[in-house]
Design a protein around this ligand. Structure first.
Ligand SMILES: Cc1cc2nc3c(=O)[nH]c(=O)nc-3n(C[C@H](O)[C@H](O)[C@H](O)COP(=O)(O)OP(=O)(O)OC[C@H]3O[C@@H](n4cnc5c(N)ncnc54)[C@H](O)[C@@H]3O)c2cc1C
Length: 433
């Protein structure tokens, strides 16, 4: 009997693992389980809707899903529908690829006020993740604040600034596109604790801030390095390009377009202010020490706003008694191995960093571990899980079902959009009849 593997999570970590497993062990059988009826994790629910080309990798994952050794079982949540212990009883190996979906907290007073969102929530909202459909951020204000200096912060700021026309041909959740289109936002502040040279965002994303129909991007020229400052070697090309674009934005005037995006550096949030809901954020100016540490200067200022989106990273979540490393906020593992027969891949293993492709080597590593299990493989895998889920009356969404959901989403699209996403699980299942 061939090796049987259950992968929990159908994002890049899960799919790269499945692809490596069937390549290295052609007679294995792989079941990819996801709590949502839709596959591909953050490719669907994280990657910005106006960056459709970054989602094309899903077509390659689709080929893996349709390989004869592989099954997708959507709408199956661990441990709600099946526990890790049960999966381990049924499969020779179990791989956790559950991502890092929990927002890190700012750790400042007032962050529980209504109107303060983490990036997973806010990005999930505009990407139609069923968990966040009801978020209903109050966009009736003139000012939004985004905290963070990575590409996710730029995604949020850019999408808040885009017009309905600019997102028409995307798959942004229709309710979010409508809400943002009519929002009277005039100022969007993006705050980074460090300087422009330390920012994690990449030049392609910075460049887009010069191409917005309705928004002009502003940078204080005083924070930019002089032409004579040597850029650090690491990422030098990208940094140079970043600084080039930021210099352009520093020459902009604020009155050129109705919306102003303020890319601000050397400032960190110290308190969110308001009664029940956000009315302002208090920021403190920072400076960098010679060894690159951020220190507060004691100089504070307030920005009135009704919405704060904290894009300061996420963490994985403990799952069903699997050993969890609280300090590093991910599953305890040694190079992807939690213990014999239990492995971890993607952001659940490494934490939330890198691109889709960064998860690729995790899959190869899982396959290496799995190869060692082949001689002793004996567990029944798929048949046992099917029986268990049938006994529990779980409505499993197969890959063929997903293709029907996808076809319904595509049929509902208009104005050149790739799809009109369903926003609830009942609607997705309803489309299957
Ligand atoms: C906002 C944002 C934008 C990004 N944009 C880009 C980009 O443009 N280009 C790029 O290359 N990278 C981008 N990335 C990074 C990329 O999305 C990640 O590297 C990648 O998705 C991580 O893959 P993963 O499989 O570890 O996690 P995920 O993609 O999060 O997949 C985890 C999967 O596990 C499932 N799951 C979780 N818990 C359970 C459970 N208990 N039971 C069953 N299933 C479960 C989830 O439903 C999900 O499908 C972006 C990330 C974010 C957050």
């Amino acid at each position: 009997m061939g090796l049987t593997v259950a992968i929990v999570g159908s994002g890049p970590g899960g799919f790269y693992s499945a692809a490596a497993l069937i390549k290295e062990i052609p007679d294995c059988r792989v079941d990819i389980i996801d709590r949502l009826p839709t596959p591909f994790g953050l490719i669907r629910a994280g990657v910005a809707p106006d960056h459709q080309s970054s989602k094309k990798i899903a077509k390659i994952f689709e080929r893996t899903a349709q390989a004869p050794q592989v099954r997708f079982l959507g709408n199956v949540e661990v441990p709600r529908d099946v526990s890790i212990a049960e999966l381990r009883g049924l499969y020779d190996a179990v791989v956790l690829a559950t991502g890092a979906p929990k927002d890190r907290r700012l750790g400042i007073p007032g962050e529980d006020l209504v109107g303060v969102y983490g990036s997973s929530e806010f990005v999930g909202w505009y990407n139609a993740h069923p968990d966040f459909k009801e978020l209903a951020p109050d966009l009736s204000t003139g000012t939004a604040v985004v905290i963070g200096a990575g590409n996710v912060a730029l995604d949020v700021a850019r999408l808040l600034a885009k017009t309905g026309e600019e997102v028409r041909a995307t798959d942004m959740a229709h309710y979010a596109a409508d809400a943002i289109d009519v929002a009277p936002l005039a100022d969007i502040h993006v705050f980074a604790r460090r300087g422009p040279l330390q920012a994690a965002f990449t030049h392609k994303e910075v460049k887009e801030f010069g191409e917005l129909d309705n928004a002009v991007t502003l940078v204080d020229p005083a924070v930019l390095p002089g032409e004579d400052v040597a850029l650090e070697d690491k990422g030098r090309g990208s940094q140079e390009k970043n600084i080039g674009y930021l210099r352009e934005y520093a020459r902009n005037k604020g009155d050129e377009k109705p919306v102003r995006i303020h890319l601000q550096f050397y400032a960190m949030p110290v308190a969110v202010l308001g009664e029940g809901k956000v009315s302002a954020i208090r920021m403190e100016r920072t400076r960098l020490t010679e060894d690159g540490k951020v220190v507060a200067t004691g100089e504070t200022f307030e920005v009135p706003c009704n919405i704060v989106v904290a894009c300061i990273g996420t963490q994985s979540m403990p799952l069903d008694n699997v050993a969890y490393d609280e300090r590093n906020q991910r599953f305890q593992n040694q190079d992807g191995k939690i213990e014999d027969g239990l492995y971890v891949a993607g952001w659940a293993k490494r934490g939330p960093s890198g691109t889709i492709a960064t998860n690729f080597p995790d899959g190869s590593q899982v396959a290496e571990y799995a190869k060692a299990l082949v001689p002793d493989a004996f567990k029944q895998g798929p048949a046992g899980l099917d029986q268990l889920l049938a006994d529990r009356e779980v409505r499993v969404v197969t890959f063929e079902d997903w293709k029907r959901i996808e076809a319904a989403e595509e049929a509902g699209a208009s104005h050149g959009a790739p799809r009109r996403k369903f926003t609830t699980i009942p609607d997705m299942l309803g489309s299957l009849g």
